[in-house]
Ligand binder design. Sequence first.
Ligand SMILES: *Cc1c(COP(=O)(O)O)cnc(C)c1O
Length: 377
Amino acid sequence: MESLTIKRNILLNPGPATTTDTVKMAQVVPDICPREQDFAKLMKGLRSDLLKVVHAPADQYTSVLFCGSGTINIDICINSLVPEGKKILVVNNGAYNTRAVEVCQMYHIPHINLQSSVFEQPDLAAVEQTLKENPDVAVVYCCHHETGTGVLNPIREIGALAHQYGAIFITDTTSTLGMIPLDVVNDNVDFCMASAQKGLMAMSGLSFIIGREDIIKASQHYPTRSYYCNLYLQYEYFEKTGEMHFTPPVQTIYATIQALKEYFAEGETAKFARHRRVYEAIHQGLDALGFQTVIDRRIESGLVVSVKYPDDPNWSFEQIHDYCYERGFTIYPGKISTTNTFRLCALGAIDVKDIEDFFVVLKEALNHYHIKLVYHA
Ligand SMILES: *Cc1c(COP(=O)(O)O)cnc(C)c1O
């Protein structure tokens, strides 16, 4: 197919991420009704490739696709997987775990919100104590990577505690899947989730949950709290027909299939290393200009850096954003209520050279607005 010339933007926001032209072009295909067998075949391959990304054994795990942004997965997992008379424990150290708590509240699902500092990893002893005191907890939930701060959570340890106390473990891997290697069996993960536009570097509109098939089957007897967003219903429909219950995001599925081809071609280890060197380049660039960051690097995911606003009165995030945006680089506001921050992320089809180019532009922007990188204690 004839390729269009598409302007390349460098997205340093936490997803949707910069995509390759081949993924963009994969969406330009002949029209097809998604109820055709040809389309069901595509989704079958996609579902099994998703299992491979997280090393999920196909005889124990399955993947279920949904049309929606990543939050739909949080909604579905929580509303579908809490049995009658049981509770969910949300290990909460940030905005995305708080979103899970809000889902519990919306559905009136009994839950424990074990809240801790957004600047730190959760305290495993507190998780264990809570599980000891609450034998009715059937589900433990924790985000793998709190995208709002950049803190990586110890999911393997939290998953082990969940299992030790007879609960299942759900983790939101939306901002790590396809970037930080995940092995669901070794990492004690019963359910994980992501959307196509983050780690897989495809387009927005397709989300998926990867989880234990026996638990999904058992969940048909759990209270149903949603019609459109029920995990068992969607799973059962896929098993019976190979199709999504309702209209799938057709073009996004083509893009995701191409993105997965490129994922396996690049390889898990090489891709992880690329994101890591992009992250290191972000820190180097920030250090060189004199910016301060807020999270201890030892607990950072290596995918998101939260940067403190300098105290210079000339600083305006909006002005800096616009200056960079006009030159093809997108930076993103922070998500920490107590500190003014912005975020630079290492997602997407980018490499060190893109970050170096970005810092040339950022430096120009700082000079243009006469901003000094001063921080008062
Ligand atoms: C991006 C993201 C989501 C989903 O957000 P949407 O705006 O619905 O795409 C969920 N969890 C985490 C950790 C994320 O980073």
